[in-house]
Design a protein around this ligand. Structure first.
Ligand code: SAM
Length: 301
């Protein structure tokens, strides 16, 4: 049985000094489909800790049974994490090692755990990552899209207005974009991406990763949307959507950022032809080049 908390858990962001008598909090990744993806280290940790904090204890019980692990499980989900976190901290401060797991993949990645990890670090508890499966990294590793820089956006807003506004804000993001999406919204999501990013932008749908019906389909958004629209099976299962980052039209690169800034300002005030002519006079860049850039921009908007 848990003891009542004996400390006031502080929620400062800065970690306290490491408490050498406390146990460690192990943040353990579990499989996202294929159970063989669990690491030997994860299994060892889950066997050896005194308690496992799990997003859904019934769900994780099946995983534990599969691997013959009998460590007790306690719920740590988004609804109780803030309040109940102090109970886990109490156990840790008493010297017990605790593992944190979510239903699938890496805890804290669109999953609970952030508040517990933050509280543990603030209390000077050693927090140890035990890495493993993560859907966004698995998808990126096989997508063939630039992977040197990327951004993870998690789930987009469920309603169209919010979703489109978020996509609009990301329209000129040059890094590869990664989203999680629910199967019943995948079609609307791709439709909105096509609308905002344009049908030619390259994208990839990574579905049911590591499972029997794993599908990775990379196509321009217009074709990817049509592919998903035409096959209801593609609207099932778990999915990650990756979208290539924005690249400036070739001419725009050649024009330079200062000339672009001036052209953009003038375009807000006057017709395209006049704006290109005036920008050419101010910047010395050729009028027909600026005219073409302005036209390309207008088409893309
Ligand atoms: N913590 C998990 C991780 O490390 O990836 C993510 C948990 S989040 C609640 C669940 C979402 O992750 C799903 O809706 C889907 O977008 C993505 N996901 C999880 N497993 C997946 C899989 N096997 N294939 C594709 N996407 C997956």
């Amino acid at each position: 049985m848990w003891l009542l908390p004996t400390i006031e858990v502080c929620v400062l962001t800065a970690p306290g000094p490491l408490n050498s008598t406390a146990g460690s909090l192990f943040v353990v990744a579990t499989p996202i489909g294929n159970l063989d993806d669990i690491s030997a280290r994860a299994l060892k940790v889950l066997r050896e800790v005194k308690l496992i904090a799990a997003e859904d204890t019934r769900h994780s019980q099946r995983l534990m049974q599969h691997f013959g692990i009998s460590t007790p499980l306690a719920a740590c989900h988004e609804h109780n994490e803030r309040e109940e976190g102090s109970r886990f901290i109490t156990r840790l401060l008493a010297g017990d090692d605790v593992a944190l797991i979510s239903d699938a993949g890496t805890p804290l990645i669109s999953d609970p755990g952030y508040h517990l990890v933050r509280q543990a670090r603030a209390a000077g508890i050693n927090v140890v990552p035990v890495p493993g499966a993560c859907a966004l990294i698995a998808a990126l590793s096989a997508a063939g899209l630039p992977s040197d820089r990327f951004i993870f956006e998690g789930f987009l807003p469920a309603k169209a207005v919010g979703r489109r506004a978020r996509l609009q804000a990301l329209k000129e993001e040059p890094r590869t974009l990664i989203f999680y999406e629910a199967p019943h919204r995948i079609l609307e999501c791709l439709q909105d991406m096509e609308l905002v990013f344009g049908g030619e932008r390259l994208a990839l749908l990574a579905r049911e990763l590591t499972k029997t019906f794993e599908t990775l389909k990379g196509l321009p958004l217009e074709e990817l949307r049509a592919f998903v629209e035409g096959d209801s099976n593609q609207q099932r299962g778990e999915c990650v959507v990756l979208v290539a980052g924005w690249t400036a039209p070739e001419n725009e690169d050649a024009v330079g950022s200062e000339a672009m800034r001036i052209l953009d300002l003038l375009l807000k005030e006057m017709p395209l032809k006049r704006a290109a002519a005036l920008a050419a006079e101010i910047t010395g860049v050729r009028k027909n080049v600026l005219y073409q850039v302005a036209l390309d921009k207008q088409k893309a908007e």
